[in-house]
Ligand binder design. Structure first.
Ligand code: ATP
Ligand code: LTN
Length: 342
């Protein structure tokens, strides 16, 4: 079901397909976010009508410091632009600026069985980490995500492998609603990169790299200084062997090889060859340096964009306006179908 190579819209005037994706402003984006998701977002905006959303409402499912969340939201928008999202090609916007997201979420809540939400592994994982705050929003998180996607009739949703289950729930919800009310929603397909489905934590390579991890050594932030990046890779957990090969059970080494291949544009095989006969120390240093080099231009762009608050404001205002115009049409249709007076 995963679309590895979706057919781009034909240049001959055929309607372009729609892409939607979101990212939470829960901290500076990580290398995992970039390689697993954002890199695809940048490529796909060339051939699709793309909407890219900073999902601030989703972030409220975990307790946030208000001042920090506001700052992180603007920073997230600036980061999207810095990695290459072009407002002339796609629509970047902030979720809470477009009221239809919360509205459709409520309707969808009434079409999603409780049991289905309870089976979500992200809900179980986050409930374990935040046992003192297992709130209804955390449980309903996938309903809001389904609303995000279905509002825009998205054909394709580029996400990291960890979001596959949520995508399946969005698809089920669209199908269930359509079965009752006729063809209202497009059933979305996930787009998961074949090369980098999931970047793993540098400290616990069986776990995904996550920007809200309490241990900063476990992740590379896109804005980490080059020396910090190298240091974090030097202390990355590997194994007690010596061979630099991609093999089952070598989670740490596999992760570093995947990262190295992705940032240098090589295949895993080429990366293995490049390090044949070398030690783990040299290997980790080389991966760190390659990542630092890869991120440098984005960091420079970010500094410029984040400093220009007037520009950022203009981008998010425009984005919200365009997103609202599109999503209002779906919302009206939904309200009418379910029997509300419109
Ligand atoms: P949080 O730690 O706050 O839950 P996160 O780092 O998991 O956040 P999200 O905002 O939830 O990031 O995800 C944004 C996008 O990045 C999603 O498409 C998600 O699948 C992708 N993504 C997140 N972490 C990784 C990872 N380690 N490898 C690949 N893709 C990832
Ligand atoms: N749950 C997603 C973020 C997200 C999303 C979306 C992704 C919210 N709404 C819609 C794709 C489409 C995550 O990455 N944790």
């Amino acid at each position: 079901m995963t679309t590895e190579n979706p057919t781009p819209a034909t240049p001959g005037g055929e309607k372009k397909k729609i892409i939607f994706s979101g990212i939470q402003p829960t901290g500076t984006f990580t290398l995992g976010n970039y390689l697993g998701a954002l890199k695809n977002w940048v490529q796909l905006q060339e051939d699709y009508n793309a909407l890219y959303c900073v999902v601030d409402l989703h972030s409220l499912t975990i307790r946030q410091e208000p001042k920090e969340l506001r700052e992180n939201t603007l920073s997230a928008l600036a980061l999207l632009l810095a990695v290459g999202i072009d407002p002339n090609k796609s629509i970047p916007f902030i979720q809470s600026h477009v009221h239809t997201h919360a509205e459709l979420c409520w309707v969808l809540d009434c079409y999603i069985p409780y049991g289905e939400l309870g089976r979500m592994t992200q809900f179980k994982d986050k409930s374990a980490v935040h046992a003192d705050n297992i709130n209804a929003g955390l449980f309903n998180y996938p309903a809001l995500m389904a609303a995000d996607i279905l509002l825009y009739g998205a054909d394709l949703v580029p996400v990291g492998a960890d979001q596959k289950q949520h995508l399946e729930l969005s698809r089920n919800t669209a199908i269930r609603f359509n079965n009752v009310h006729g063809n209202v929603f497009t059933v979305p397909e996930p787009y998961i990169s074949k090369d980098v489905g999931k970047v793993m934590s540098l400290q616990t390579p069986t776990k995904k790299m996550s920007k809200s991890d309490s241990n900063p050594k476990s992740y590379i932030s896109i804005l980490d200084k080059p020396e910090t990046i190298v240091k974090k890779f030097k202390s990355a957990v590997t194994d007690s062997e010596t061979e630099i090969v991609y093999r089952e059970g070598k989670d740490g080494v596999n992760n570093l090889l995947t990262i190295y291949a992705a940032v240098t544009g090589q295949s895993i095989g080429q990366a293995e060859q490049a390090f044949a006969g070398k030690g783990y120390g040299d290997f980790k240093l080389a991966v760190g340096e390659a990542v630092a080099e890869h991120l440098r231009p984005m960091q420079e762009q970010y500094a410029k964009i984040f400093a220009d608050k007037a520009y950022l404001t203009e981008i998010y205002k425009q984005g919200a306006e365009r997103a609202l115009t599109i999503s209002k049409r779906t919302m009206q249709k939904v309200y009418k179908k379910v029997g509300l007076v419109v």
